[in-house]
Write a protein that binds this ligand. Structure first.
Ligand code: ATP
Length: 235
């Protein structure tokens, strides 16, 4: 479904991604793990069109998306939940959610999706008139995921959703990601430093080091891999 072929991405003359190729098939949950600064966020930014690669190509169902504007890429069904959540702190929960649907015309379906995200995260219903900035970290992450869902993504990209959250909240959020994947056949590409949780959730995983993919395998096999256990699972 989503294919990245030999991309090279730069910040000025610093090369952040070196010949990165990866694939996410329809309905899969795939994770990209790696240390701080490995290039995980840059990979997401390259897909979203925010930091387009200098060479190589990215396709969705065979159609080239490299070179499209970030907004056009969202319209193709690729929606990101950015690192640090980036919700709108001075807007209410409801207004944040409506922002996620601003490119959509069918108000009835938008309302349906609003009801759906509130059943996924009932706390958002309770807090719907509260300002986004007053929510806890976990609630803001739930809001950021829900806002992305309001765009009806075919592929949901997440950048370190577990960052700074308590283990119980992480588990709750990851369980819901699984549910979203199952119920809507939403394809998920998840970038994480929390390799343990991410590999438990995912079907397959890629390991990135210094801007290159160094390992790819089924997630349960990566969990058993000695190098992965030493470098990323603290064993
Ligand atoms: P993190 O977990 O910290 O988000 P990451 O794996 O997502 O790490 P990236 O943020 O993609 O890593 O960074 C990859 C490399 O690109 C790093 O060496 C980083 O210093 C560099 N880099 C990232 N953003 C910029 C930027 N705006 N300008 C210059 N260099 C950058």
């Amino acid at each position: 479904m989503l294919k990245i072929k030999n991309i090279q991405t730069y910040y000025g003359n610093i090369q952040a991604l070196k010949d990165v190729s990866l694939e996410v098939k329809e309905g899969e949950i795939v994770t990209l793990i790696g240390a701080n600064g490995a290039g995980k966020t840059t990979t997401l930014m390259s897909i979203c069109g925010i930091t387009p690669p200098r060479s190589g190509e990215i396709t969705l169902d065979g159609d080239l998306i490299t070179g499209m504007s970030a907004e056009k890429i969202v319209q193709q069904g690729i929606v990101q939940v950015p690192e640090g959540r980036r919700i709108f702190p001075d807007m209410t929960v409801l207004e944040n959610l409506e922002m996620g649907a601003f490119l959509r015309k069918n108000k009835q379906l938008v309302q349906q999706d609003l009801n759906y995200v509130m059943t996924l995260f009932p706390i958002l219903e309770k807090r719907k008139n509260q300002l986004g900035g007053t929510l806890s970290g976990g609630e803001q992450q739930m809001l950021a995921i829900s806002r992305a869902l309001m765009a009806r993504p075919r592929v949901l990209l997440l950048d370190e959703p577990s960052l700074g959250l308590a283990p119980l909240i992480i588990k709750q959020i990851f369980d819901i990601l699984k549910q979203i994947n199952k119920e809507n056949n939403t394809t998920i590409f998840l970038v994480e430093q929390n390799a343990n949780q991410a590999l438990k959730l995912a079907d397959r995983g890629y390991v990135m080091e210094n801007g290159r993919i160094t390992l790819v395998d089924d997630a349960d096999r990566l969990l058993e891999n000695d190098d992965v256990r030493k470098a990323y699972l603290g064993m």
